[in-house]
Design a protein around this ligand. Structure first.
Ligand code: ADP
Ligand code: SF4
Length: 686
């Protein structure tokens, strides 16, 4: 198919200093969880985006010196010449597809706690970057830098740039964002120096300028010099002769960089979850940059719509369309637009599971793209599939995230697939969850897969088909996949860790009851020991239904695990706005239809809260009755010529949607393929 002409502007080349980006699709630096210990995993992950049409593909943060040590969080390093080869693997992959490779040289300053190097963290004035989350707390405070330290830092940047050039990078970053060292110099709260690097805005900018100049001197004849800068705080500070200090900083550096990569300041705003921020949410902060510098500007905003991208360019907000999450969710986004297949883009849902992988210290995972991080170690290509090994037919029972992904992947391989679901709509848990406050974009998990399935002739879809074991036996498919999901239980826990039977009696609800349309009588206590998003979202939903709600959790925060997805502060804000009291570190020890007894998880001290209903969001159990009924009848399976029955997704092991999708993908990828002893290939340092 031909490209739609209204998107032509996105395919114009853009000059960046001495190099030229082949188009406007720019994968900005983003964390991948892939350290120098996983160089092949990293190279293929980045290279896949170049293959998918991204004109520029960057690394994540690459530490320039052992004093920038984020362990146990994953980060790349370029500390000496021995590290060059690991990065050259990536630039080779990226160049092979005609894209430019960029590297984000990084010094974390007081944000890094140097747990491995044990060097005192560096900072402009010894001010710590304090965190309220235990994983980011440290008890070694940073030291203030003296003039020698500043000279050293500039030298590390230049040395890093030279090594990066040797590794084949085309664009070399100075990174002054997100609380990291050069950014701390920009803010008067952190920079309380009285020398040439503190005080006036000209002085606070001096370090960044010196780093840019040193980079240019080292590599500027060959490589572009990029500045990545966070502008949210600075935009809030009135300037002397300009609307804000952000304007002044960009004006002072307008000629110093070949490219400005501009963004917000903190994880929850920079990488905002779709639950709380729409596409293009950076625009109010970065919209002025092009009016102050003539150099190209790149910015992000979870852009997945080509019309929105064109509008960013045509309205003069951005020259290059930055993508981190959209490039993970669909590495082939640019190619699909180029080939007039924009309706096939697998749009990022903004769930931030990808960020959680970084917090977990593991290679990136993605809800929408189960091949992310698996390109090298499992040899999964997002758009290329092993052909079918036989003419086997496959029945997939259950059209939730797992069944949908399994069916679409088997169909893309070329198998004849039947997908059946008991409900009137496909989507499984997402039928309900996508209608909850803030979760509409999550429905893209269902929509993309369904539209792919509907396009294919080798797929039969059946709704309203609750299948029994006898019916499955009668359907004459060679293989059966059971993706019947899981259900929420009323399980009660004696302490945080010990299960002790179930809540019983009237007025007790699970999320499945609410999904089925039952409306609890108020006031309601929502008791959360699942600790991901659902209980918080349900509390918001019940308030919208006019009920008084109290949220209770055994954890220290509401929706505690959403710290991992950058959502936690926004969840607290949303519950406060909805008037929901948050009770932490308590479990519901008893509920009698009038009152819930809340016990402190440590001391056991009790507190009583009047309520008519209790919604328990705790444990899930597989809906595996159909699976068990089938495997209990081996002879009938044989007579029906059914060669295998396999459970996937929540029916196998309940988990977040990302795990269900991955499980469906894995079955479909490995189906009738030679089995290997190891689940994946282990990477090795070079
Ligand atoms: P997962 O996350 O693993 O995909 P879900 O709970 O989201 O699981 O989806 C499971 C789907 O399976 C639901 O849409 C449900 O209607 C369907 N289902 C459950 N039991 C049957 C059955 N016996 N026959 C057909 N569909 C079923
Ligand atoms: Fe987007 Fe979620 Fe995938 Fe991250 S994990 S890229 S937010 S779909």
């Amino acid at each position: 198919m031909a490209r739609n002409q209204r998107f032509d502007v996105l395919f114009e080349p853009v000059r960046i200093g001495p190099v030229t980006a082949p188009n406007r699709f720019y994968q900005v630096p983003h964390a991948s969880g892939m350290t120098n210990a996983l160089p092949h995993v990293r190279a293929r992950f980045r290279g896949m985006k170049a293959e998918g049409g991204w004109g520029v593909v960057c690394t994540g943060a690459i530490s320039m010196h052992p004093s920038s040590d984020d362990s146990p969080l994953p980060f790349g390093i370029l500390w000496d010449d021995k590290d060059i080869a690991a990065h050259a693997l990536m630039t080779e992959e990226v160049h092979r597809h005609g894209a430019l490779a960029g590297i984000e040289l990084w010094h974390g300053g007081a944000c890094t706690l140097n747990r491995t190097s044990r060097l005192a963290p560096l900072s402009p004035s010894g001010m710590p970057w304090l965190s309220t989350h235990i994983g980011f707390m440290g008890n070694l405070r940073p030291r203030g830098m003296d003039a020698t330290d500043i000279r050293e830092l500039v030298r590390w940047q230049a040395a890093g740039a030279r090594r990066a050039m040797q590794a084949g990078f085309d664009i070399i970053y100075v990174y002054a964002g997100m609380g990291y060292l050069p950014y701390e110099f920009l803010l008067p709260e952190y920079n309380q120096r009285s020398d040439a690097y503190g005080g006036s805005i000209e002085n606070r900018v001096r370090l960044v300028r010196e780093m840019l100049d040193a980079t240019r001197e080292a590599v500027g004849h060959k490589c572009a010099v990029a500045l990545r800068i966070s502008l949210e705080e600075l935009r809030g500070k009135p300037g002397r002769n300009a609307p804000s200090e952000a304007h002044e900083v960009i004006a002072l550096l307008a000629e110093a960089a070949d490219l400005f990569d501009v963004k917000m300041d903190s994880s929850p705003t920079d990488c905002a979850p779709s639950r709380f921020a729409p596409e293009g949410s950076h625009e109010p902060i970065v919209d002025f940059v092009k009016s102050v510098t003539k150099k190209p500007v790149v910015g992000v905003g979870r852009f997945t719509s080509p019309d929105v991208m064109v509008s960013q360019v045509k309205r003069g907000i951005l020259d290059l369309i930055g993508g981190a999450r959209p490039s993970i969710a669909d590495p082939f986004l640019p190619k699909k637009i180029d080939e007039g297949r924009e309706h096939e883009i697998r749009e990022c849902i903004g769930c931030n599971i990808c960020i959680s992988s970084w917090h977990d210290g593991v290679p990136v995972r993605c809800t929408q793209n189960p091949t992310a991080g698996e390109e090298w170690r499992r040899d999964w290509h997002p758009e290329v599939f092993a052909p079918p090994a036989s003419d086997s037919t496959i029945l997939v029972v259950g059209g939730g995230p797992a069944g949908l992904d399994c069916a679409v992947t088997l169909a893309r391989r070329g198998y004849q697939v039947t997908l059946a679901d008991a409900a009137k709509e496909f989507g499984g848990r997402l039928r309900f969850e996508r209608r909850l406050p803030g979760l509409a974009a999550w429905g893209r998990v269902v929509d993309w897969r369904l539209s792919q399935l509907r396009e294919r002739t080798n797929v039969s879809l059946y709704l309203g088909s609750e299948l029994s074991a006898d019916e499955v036996l009668g359907l004459e498919h060679r293989h059966v996949v059971i993706a019947t999901g899981a259900r929420w239980t009323r399980m009660q826990f004696a302490t945080i860790e010990f299960p002790v039977g179930e809540f019983a009696g009237p007025g007790i609800y699970t999320p499945d009851d609410i999904a089925a349309g039952r409306v609890p009588e108020g006031p309601v206590v929502v008791f959360d020991f699942d600790n991901y998003y659902l209980a918080g979202v349900l509390a918001e939903q019940l308030v919208r239904q006019g009920l008084a709600v109290t949220y209770v959790t055994t954890a220290g925060n509401a929706s505690a695990w959403t710290f991992m997805t950058n959502e936690l502060p926004l969840v607290h804000r949303a519950l406060a706005k909805a008037g929901v009291p948050i009770v932490t570190l308590r479990r519901v020890a008893a509920f009698d239809g009038e009152c819930a007894t809340l016990a402190d998880v440590y001391s056991g001290a009790e507190l009583r809260v009047a309520c008519r209903s209790l919604v328990v969001v705790g444990m899930r159990k597989p809906n595996d009755a159909l699976y068990r009924a089938l495997v209990a009848r081996p002879q009938d399976l044989e007579s029906a010529a059914i060669a295998s029955v396999t459970r996937i997704g929540d029916c196998f092991a309940p988990g977040a949607i990302v795990h269900a999708v991955h499980s469906g993908q894995r079955f479909a990828r490995e189906f009738e393929q030679p089995a290997s002893a190891a689940p994946y290939t282990r990477d090795y340092p070079v």
